[in-house]
Each structure stands twice: as C-alpha cells, then as structure tokens.
Design a protein around this ligand. Structure first.
Ligand SMILES: [Zn+2]
Length: 262
C-alpha cells in the first residue's frame, strides 16, 4: 500500500505541472515565452499575485473571476490543472515500479494534454510536439513495457507503430476527403499519430483511433443535441486522439480487448 501522504504529494505535483501546462497552452500558439513575463490578467493586465495563482484553490476562492477587474477566468485553467493532477496520479500508481517508463509516460501525457487543449482552442496541432513524441518513443523503446524482445525488435515495434499510425490516419484522411468532399482529418493529426504509434505500437494506434472515433462521435452528437453544432461542422479530432493515447499510456488496450466484451 502506498501511504496517503504520497498520494497528496503526487496530486499537488500534478496540479503545479497543470498550472505550467496552462501557460504553455496560452502562450505557445502565439510564440510567446513560457518563462517571462509573469502571468497577467488578459483583460486588465494586472500581474497575478502568487496567492491568486494557486492551482485550483485560487479559482474557487476568486469564484472564477479576476480579483481586480472581475473578468471571468476561463474554465480551461482549473480543468487542465485537475486533469493533469489526475493523469499524474494514475500513471504514478500504475508505473511506480518502472520509473524510466513512468517518466516517459508522464512526459508524453503532458505533451498530449498541451496538444489536446491547443487543438481544441485553435484547431491547430504544431508538428514540433509530434516530433518530440516520436523522439521520446524511440528513446523509451528499450524500456517500453508494450514492446518485447531484444533492442532491435523493440526499435522495430516502435518504428512499426509510427509508420502504421501515419499510414492509417492518412488513409482515413484520404477516404474522408473523398466521402465528405472536404478535409475530415487535419494534417497535424497525421504526425500526431506517428508520435502515438512510436510510444504505444501499432496496437496502440488502432485502439486510440477506435476510442477517438467513439469519443468524438459522442461529443459531436451531444453538441448537435444542444444545437451548438450542425452536422459536418468541423470538430477537432486531436483532443480525442490524445485522450485515447493517454488511456493507452496507462493501460494498453489491444484490439482483442474489444472482442472480449462480447
Ligand atoms: Zn483583470
């Protein structure tokens, strides 16, 4: 049993990382430095004091508004902090006995969270994130629990993951363009799948795509029911792909698992 105090430390660590990921999500798409200047209220430009910058807690105490001008703080801030803390805690407890893979999985999950929220807000996935994921997958392949055998076999599995990811989603993009007569999958998604494949292999590619299609459809249908989107309105696919990928970093869902439910 892991004592509660460790649970609290890991969760708080996750909240702090989440706070940093929020800065990345806000500033990286605008090519701004993520180190300086200190965070400001985007409306009144007052720098945010440290006591108003405590993850999750400040949002609740300030009731989601700037202390100075009462401009609403976007919901994304507490959501990213909470999601990052939960993902950190789950990955920590699952992989604590394999610290190398734990570090790789955490790094990958943090990049995926940034990608998901940037894609959600701007409909863009910067290829640099995908290339970093591929690099991480190659470095991690010799201790990746989803690959087996000697080093060359593992490298081959990593390679096959990246190639199959790129190929399958490229095929989906091509078919989508044929069927709907417009771009159904973004170019950014293609490189993102290479990164996901390098980390979780071809099986991770297949199940991430199945999960993403499912989550994406549920989201699309809920939007339509809420009358916020019409059919064929563009819904970013990246956030759902990253969700599937993070699930696979925690526990690899293989294609055979889908059949075992029947
Ligand atoms: Zn303000």
């Amino acid at each position: 049993m892991i004592p509660e105090i460790i649970l609290i430390i890991v969760f708080v660590f996750g909240l702090l990382i989440g706070s940093f990921l929020n800065v990345c999500i806000s500033r990286l798409p605008e090519s701004l430095s993520i180190i300086r200047p200190r965070s400001r209220c985007p409306k009144c430009l007052t720098p945010i004091s440290f006591y108003d910058n405590v993850p999750l807690v400040s949002f609740i105490l300030l009731r989601g508004r700037c202390r100075h001008c009462a401009a609403p703080i976007p919901w994304r801030y507490p959501v990213v902090e909470l999601v990052t803390a939960l993902v950190t805690a789950l990955l920590f407890f699952k992989w604590v006995m394999t610290p190398l893979w734990l570090s790789a999985a955490l790094a990958a999950a943090y990049i995926l969270i940034v990608v998901a929220f940037i894609d959600f807000e701007t409909m863009m996935i910067a290829d640099v994130f995908s290339f970093v994921l591929v690099g991480l997958g190659v470095v991690a392949c010799w201790f990746n629990p989803y690959f087996t055998g000697p080093f060359l076999n593992r490298l081959f599995s990593c390679f096959m993951g990246a190639i199959s990811g790129t190929f399958i989603i490229w095929l989906m993009a091509w078919l989508g363009t044929r069927i709907y007569k417009k771009e159904a999958v973004g170019e950014g998604d293609i490189f993102l799948m290479a990164g996901i494949g390098a980390l979780t292999g071809w099986e991770g590619v297949v199940s991430a795509l199945i999960m993403a299609s499912f989550f994406g459809s549920v989201y699309g249908v809920s939007l339509m029911l809420a009358k916020k989107a019409r059919r064929f309105d563009h819904i970013p696919f990246g956030p759902f792909l990253t969700l599937g990928a993070v699930i696979n970093l925690y526990h690899l869902i293989r294609i055979t698992d889908f059949f075992m439910w029947y």
